[in-house]
Design a protein around this ligand. Structure first.
Ligand SMILES: [Zn+2]
Length: 465
């Protein structure tokens, strides 16, 4: 092997020696530290030992990367580089900046170019390495994974505990929102139709839930507060899943791993009389295309009583079977019972039990009659009557059951709680419009197992740029 080296240029030989030098240096430094720690009795507390050694190894690796990259000036080999504005940017100098990587902080000296045409400056190396703001792609990935699941504060704590990375909650928020914004954009642009629907029957559920907002995101909005003001904005959710499996009683159950979500604070009302689809209708359509919903042998739309859901379902999927989520229907009957007979009264309990049984048995005439008895004196009963009459075709539960359809028992609502509630509605949280949208997009992508594809596309598009 040694002889082949003679073919290398002098520079190559130098690099080869340097590399070998570095790796032995790194190896022996690590060996020395390991011996030292073990000599100090570190193995009696293996946890402290492994963490100390990991931190040491990472610090050494960070110094090595720093040295290698800072010695390499190929990022500024020419005096001019093309600028994205079309102009020419001129080399100015080499500038130092600290970045947080999975190895810890590294200080890089990068060639800096300035474009006189657009007055913008940039470092080609930052673009090549994908260094956004002040964190590396690896750190951005970790921040996103964590902030999709838990609060910014908890993410900050987890990053220290798991990866030894110090990122404060504000930085976590900034980075996670930046990635969330990119996911929002990616979701609109990339709509790859499924090769085939994942099951013969596909279900599409829609629901809405209020997200607590900061004051500035609520200016001029009407709400349910006594003075007519609002505290929340409605986030709408679309979920697609299959239910080919059954429970012990033969009731169709949602298939684990078949569920995808898409959520945003968007209007479901068409903007103009030309029937241009609403923002949310566009989102539902994209999700349906991705899942092959319209190509499924049977299509089912599930929702509660909200009129926007059924308007949208009729417009977008005229062939779909429409079903009011049974869990929702029962929940609203229980609420009416409370409104009529008082919360916790035994008569309320037995009354709602009877109504639930009528609902399950498809005895809608007697169900509606029983509620109608109270509608003159009770506003909740009056509204419920109207709801039952409007939706009775969507509550033919015995018929749906005989067709083997899932009439849901809170699947859609559980989706809303899981995607939106568990991350955006925790106590003390108040969101900006941008923040709520970005984190909902990030979380929905994560729970729909779409983040790996997103990161792949992001890497490729940066390379192309
Ligand atoms: Zn420029």
């Amino acid at each position: 092997m040694g002889r082949c080296r003679t073919r290398l240029s002098q520079g190559g030989l130098e690099r080869g020696r340097r590399k070998k030098g570095l790796s032995t240096e790194l190896g022996s430094a690590l060996a020395k530290e390991t011996e030292k720690l073990i000599g100090q009795g570190a193995l009696e507390d293996f946890e402290s030992f492994e963490i100390a050694l990991r931190d040491h190894a990472l610090r050494l690796a960070a110094r090595m990367v720093e040295r290698q990259l800072n010695a390499d000036h190929s990022d500024a080999a020419t005096s001019y580089k093309p600028c994205s504005c079309g102009g020419e940017a001129r080399f100015v100098d080499r500038r130092q900046k600290s970045f947080l990587t999975v190895l810890g902080e590294i200080a890089l000296e990068r060639g800096y170019y300035h474009c006189a045409a657009c007055q913008r400056g940039f470092c080609p190396r930052d673009q090549l390495l994908g260094l956004d703001a002040s964190v590396s792609p690896g750190v951005l990935h970790m921040i996103s994974a964590s902030a999709a699941l838990v609060s910014f504060e908890e993410s900050s704590e987890l990053l220290v505990e798991l990866a030894g990375l110090r990122v404060n909650a504000k930085q976590v928020e900034r980075c996670a929102e930046m990635v969330g914004d990119e996911i929002i954009d990616d979701e609109r642009r990339v709509v790859e139709a499924a090769d085939a629907p994942s099951a013969p029957t596909l279900y599409l559920g829609m629901d809405g839930t209020g997200v607590p907002m900061r004051k500035e995101a609520l200016v001029g909005r009407q709400g349910k507060q006594e003075d007519g003001s609002a505290k929340t904005r409605e986030m709408k959710l679309c979920t697609v899943f299959s239910a080919e499996g059954h429970d012990a009683d033969g009731v169709p159950m949602r298939d684990h791993g078949s569920v995808t979500y898409s959520a945003a604070i968007e209007s479901a009302a068409s903007k103009d009389p030309d029937d241009e689809p609403s923002e949310f209708a566009g989102r539902v359509q994209r999700e349906a295309t991705r899942r092959g919903f319209e190509r499924a042998q049977r299509q089912v739309v599930l929702g509660d009583g909200a009129p926007w859901i059924w308007n949208l379902a009729t417009d977008l999927f005229p062939d779909a079977i429409q079903i009011v989520d049974r869990f929702h229907a029962k929940q609203s009957l229980s609420q009416v019972a409370k409104a009529i007979f008082g919360d916790g009264s035994p008569i309320a309990a037995s009354w709602s039990e009877q109504r639930h049984a009528e609902l399950d048995a498809g005895e809608l005439d007697s169900l509606i009659a029983a509620v109608a008895d109270h509608r003159e004196r009770n506003e909740a009963a009056r509204r419920c009557c109207k709801h039952l009459e409007t939706n009775r075709l969507r509550m033919r539960y015995p018929e749906f059951r005989s067709q083997g359809l899932c009439t849901s028992s809170g699947v859609v609502e559980a989706g809303c709680k899981n995607v939106v509630g568990a991350r955006l509605k925790r106590s003390g949280m108040h969101w900006t419009l941008r923040g709520a949208g970005a984190i909902a997009a990030l979380r929905a992508a994560r729970l729909s197992r779409r983040l790996p594809d997103f990161w792949d596309r992001r890497r490729l598009s940066r390379k192309a740029a």
